[in-house]
Write a protein that binds this ligand. Structure first.
Ligand code: SF4
Ligand code: NI
Ligand code: NI
Length: 707
């Protein structure tokens, strides 16, 4: 049968099935039963994005499903007809899935994820916008055997692709011990209609980052086609419903590649590729995803999929540093004659010289020479050690500098990983990611204790000098701030202004990072912005910045104030680490984080708040921020600074306690200020926290009214 015929039949089956289940659910639970997914601000995202109906209870779904059956299930055997049928299948699948979550039920068992929440979406925001994750593969069905499945996945993971998996392939991968889950950027969604969670994830990126209004289907489709680089791999035998859904994906601009012979291909959109060796490369090409391939001569796979991989002590062959043995990592800028490019030296025992379970000292000493290198970039490059090493499968790295802590898994050792391979990874990565500032790299790995200690002294002295210089970097001490437009690949109107005392709201781009990135790519997303024409020093408004922001935001933001929440605050894209919001009753503000899924005193969870502030718009009283901005001296300076904070999650409070206390003392708020801030253990209802704040005599009460 022709694909178009199958898509039509699939739409009929899917919508009929949805109707049966919906009728049943209404009979069983009553039509006023609430229907929603967990932890999202976008209700049922497929419906929100494509037609914009506000669904809250089961009865709201009835007219929607009827309309879809009447208008979208069409016996029209063309590509357009098939896409319309695909859209119908999307609605049907979204309804069927949502019904599984009735009454706060969470139908999923680990490792299956089911619905992916908003915090998961935002977690991968920056990696998607800077193309660390260059694309998304939705894989549905079953490979010929589990080995082939695992190989395909490895291939995609080594290219950094995000994976959404559905049906039998999940079991095949589990059988091969392929690691799956959020930490591996490989989401085993579930079976059958659970594939819709890939779709509602994609559509939410348009709503959350693109700021596209609910129901604006035209813009949403444009956004998906241009910015969400996804494709579908349809493996093994297919049924009509699946084929219909694949045409829904095609409507979004995501082509389908199948390993099954077709009666007729739809050129560029629905094509046959039986060769599993070539499938990944073929799919990337079809979707126009370009990846710079860096071949690193190490026996393990390298890719962002392994960044979140945890290696427990029991699985480690060797462990370094972490307080159990000395350890440091240090990037040093050197002259052209003080370096032998590409050289890797291991001084001390290699992996084969040590027993399973060994704890060793380590010094990772990296020399870099570059004509455009600056000593300011040493720290920027050094922090990359963490990511580069973590990208290795079987390698684990935490912290930095002389606090670093590393593990190599038994598995990696088995595959032949050597200590010198740390050098291979670092050299290859520095050269490929920083070609403009890095010309030569040499790595020495010290594993002999006396030498580690000796070299560590040198590194510590360098850290100290660096910190002194950084501490002196204030907004006043520089002539230029930097813009960051990186998120425009997802949030087309969003502009971050990054200053020495205000990190980008993603937390990942500091002023020095932006400066280095400008040196690397002068026409890239970070541009120097001269501070000219002070409009309001207190609030942080400059004419030159306003002019830049106006143009760069596509005329959507006219003015921006850097140091206040209440007036012209910076816009938010979607990948903020934390969000602040005013608490009028307390004359202060609260902050919540992506990690904190609970309720907050403004009556909204992180997800709901995020839905209200994202998409590149300014919303006075609300703002997305990087966590480190909280401990900046410029933190909403014009609104009295950290003394305004009345509530924050306990975890955040504890992680910033030391630095906040220091600032509080400097600002005359007292050394016990942090203890005057309420958290979820005090309460989330306004009355509860007000009582606490009054009892503690929180300073916000005595400040000028916020508005
Ligand atoms: Fe996105 Fe702003 Fe971070 Fe740049 S600094 S990556 S624009 S959030
Ligand atoms: Ni790793
Ligand atoms: Ni962003």
């Amino acid at each position: 049968k022709h694909l178009f015929t199958q898509a039509y039949e699939g739409a009929v089956v899917a919508t009929s099935y949805a109707e049966i289940l919906l009728t049943q659910a209404i009979r069983e639970h009553g039509e006023d039963t609430l229907v929603c997914y967990p932890d999202t601000a976008y209700k049922l995202p497929v419906i929100t994005a494509l037609s914009g109906e506000d669904v809250s209870t089961l009865k709201d779904l009835v007219p929607i499903l009827n309309r879809i059956r009447m208008t979208k299930v069409r016996d029209e055997l063309t590509l357009d007809g098939a896409k319309t049928n695909g859209e119908a299948a999307f609605y049907a699948a979204e309804i069927i899935e949502a019904l599984r979550y009735l009454g706060g039920n969470n139908p999923h068992v680990e490792p299956w994820t089911g619905f992916l929440t908003d915090p998961v979406l935002r977690k991968f925001g920056i990696q998607l916008v800077d193309f660390t994750i260059p694309g998304v593969a939705v894989i549905i069905g079953k490979a010929p055997d589990s080995k082939t499945a695992a190989k395909l996945i490895k291939d995609l993971q080594s290219k950094g692709i995000m994976l959404m998996l559905c049906n039998e392939i999940i079991e095949q991968l589990l059988e091969e011990n392929v690691k799956l889950g959020i930490d591996y950027i490989a989401f085993p969604l579930g079976n059958f209609t659970q594939a819709i969670h890939a779709v509602n994830f994609a559509l939410r990126s348009g709503l959350a980052f693109g700021g596209i209004a609910p129901g604006n289907k035209t813009e949403q489709l444009q956004y998906q086609r241009n910015r969400v680089r996804a494709f579908v791999l349809a493996l093994g035998e297919q049924d009509e419903v699946r084929i219909a859904a694949e045409f829904g994906a095609i409507m979004l601009g995501f082509p389908t590649i199948t390993d099954q012979p077709l009666e007729e291909e739809v050129p560029d959109w629905y094509v046959y590729m039986p060769d599993y060796e070539k499938m990944a490369a073929f799919a990337l090409e079809l979707r126009g995803i370009k990846i710079k391939i860096v071949d690193i001569p190490v026996p393990i796979t390298i890719g962002p999929a392994f960044e979140g991989e945890v290696i427990r002590k029991a699985d480690a062959y060797v462990e370094f540093g972490g307080g159990k043995a000395p350890g440091f990592e240090y990037v040093k800028m050197v002259g052209p004659d003080d370096i032998e490019d590409g050289r890797i030296t291991v001084v001390g025992p290699e992996i084969d010289d040590v027993e399973d379970g060994a704890i060793l000292p380590i010094g990772i000493y990296i020399k870099i020479y570059g004509r455009k290198m600056q000593s300011d970039f040493e720290g920027v490059l050094e922090r990359r050690v963490h990511y580069f090493i973590n990208y290795g499968e079987g390698l684990w790295h935490v912290a930095q500098r002389d606090l670093c802590w590393l593990r190599i898994s038994k598995d990696a050792k088995e595959k032949g990983f050597k200590f010198k391979d740390f050098g291979e990874i670092l050299i290859a990565k520095y050269k490929s990611e920083f070609p403009a500032i890095v010309d030569r790299v040499e790595v020495t790995i010290y594993t002999e204790e006396a030498l580690v200690n000796e070299k560590m002294e040198e590194a510590r002295e360098a850290y100290r000098v660096r910190d002194e210089r950084l501490g002196g970097l204030t907004d006043e001490s520089v002539d230029e701030f930097y813009s960051c437009l990186l998120c425009q690949s997802f949030a087309p109107n969003h502009v971050c202004i990054v200053t020495p005392e205000r990190v980008g709201l993603c937390g990942a781009v500091s002023w020095l990072d932006a400066k280095a990135s400008f040196e690397i790519t002068p026409t890239g997303p970070n541009q120097p912005l001269k501070k000219e024409g002070v409009v309001d020093e207190e609030k942080g408004i400059w004419r030159s910045l306003n002019e830049y922001v106006y143009t760069a935001s596509n005329q959507s933001v006219e003015e921006v104030a850097l140091y206040t929440l209440m007036e012209l605050p910076m816009s938010s894209c979607g990948c903020f680490e934390a969000i602040m919001a005013i608490v009028p009753e307390a004359n202060g503000l609260m902050i919540t984080t992506r990690e904190h899924s609970g309720m907050t005193p403004c009556g909204m969870t992180f997800s709901t708040l995020a839905g209200a502030v994202g998409g590149g718009v300014q919303s006075p009283g609300f703002m997305g921020i990087g966590k480190r901005y909280i401990i900046s001296k410029k933190f909403i300076k014009a609104d009295n600074g950290i003394g305004r904070i009345v509530w924050m999650p306990k975890d955040l409070k504890e992680s910033l306690r030391g630095e906040m206390t220091k600032i509080a003392e400097e600002q005359g708020l007292g050394s016990d200020f942090v203890d005057k801030i309420a958290d979820e253990t005090i309460g989330t209802a306004t009355e509860e926290i007000l009582f606490f704040l009054e009892e503690k005599q929180h300073p916000a009460f005595t400040m000028d009214p916020l508005f």
